[in-house]
Design a protein around this ligand. Structure first.
Ligand SMILES: C[S@@+](CC[C@H](N)C(=O)[O-])C[C@H]1O[C@@H](n2cnc3c(N)ncnc32)[C@H](O)[C@@H]1O
Length: 244
């Protein structure tokens, strides 16, 4: 029974994640969704900067704290380990929904590209970013990343195998293709507003901090294999040094 409940919980968390992910595409790209990064009631810019920074900070804090092994060890005394990743995914998705809802637009152009050819190129980079991101989740292990493998293992009363170090496709050239995808999607816009700039700067800062923390954990987990990988493959810019 507990296994079935964990699985249902995992599926619900995954579906909420999927919704918040699809909404992110529309939110950042000002496409289709009712409330995007540049839409909504324009108020005081000072209030907007404070509220938006708090929202980004909340997302960063939840991600940084809950992804750390020490927190997971403490947390799984309260939450079954099979539901730990789903809870992380669920909370992250709910914070994203809060961010979309409460985000204050800050209009005014930082840059505007009007040339149709360059506009098409920038839109292409935007979609390329989302594609790299999505493909990379499958390269690492999509269902494990979003908690479903853990929930299925609990249903079958099986232990999850220990994490495996993987370097397929994009990972041969860059250590963090998922973050590269986010950066491309967040910065590639033909009309950058001050609100969008705040979002892009905040998320870029958080991604750099996230990489520092994640790589520290990956060195602890995979030791010299990851240290060597770090020497041979670029962090965010594609680069590869072939072993002598
Ligand atoms: C949100 S994913 C981001 C992965 C990577 N930083 C990227 O941008 O593609 C974070 C999870 O991926 C795992 N991870 C990162 N690089 C990995 C690799 N080369 N092989 C296996 N797991 C990896 C981390 O341990 C962490 O649980």
């Amino acid at each position: 029974m507990a296994g079935v409940i964990t699985l249902i919980y995992g599926i619900v968390a995954y579906l909420i994640f999927l919704g918040s992910f699809l909404y992110a595409v529309g939110f950042v790209g000002n496409l289709v969704v009712p409330k995007s990064i540049d839409s909504g009631i324009v108020g005081s810019p000072v209030e907007a900067v404070i509220v938006n920074t708090l929202l980004l900070g909340l997302f960063a804090a939840q991600h940084s704290v809950m992804a750390r092994p020490a927190f997971k060890r403490w947390w799984t005394r309260l939450v079954p380990s099979s539901a730990e990743r789903s809870t992380y995914v669920l909370l992250a998705s709910l914070i994203l929904l809060l961010l979309y809802w409460q985000w204050r637009p800050i209009p005014g152009p930082v840059w505007t590209v009007e040339n149709p050819l360059w506009t098409a190129v920038i839109h292409g980079v935007f979609w390329l970013g989302w594609a790299i991101l999505l493909i990379s989740t499958w390269l690492i292990n999509h269902f494990e990343l979003f908690g479903l493998s853990q929930a299925f293992a609990a249903l079958r009363k099986k232990e999850l195998p220990p994490p495996v170090f993987r370097t397929p496709l994009f990972y041969k050239w860059v250590r963090h293709p998922i973050y590269v995808g986010f950066l491309l999607a967040f910065w590639a816009t033909p009309s950058m507003t001050w609100g969008h700039l705040l979002f892009s700067l905040g998320t870029t800062g958080y991604i750099l901090l996230g990489i520092f923390l994640e790589e520290r954990d990956l060195v602890t987990l995979f030791g010299d294999r990851y240290r060597l990988y770090r020497k041979q493959v670029g962090m965010l810019f594609p680069w590869r040094k072939v072993a002598e």
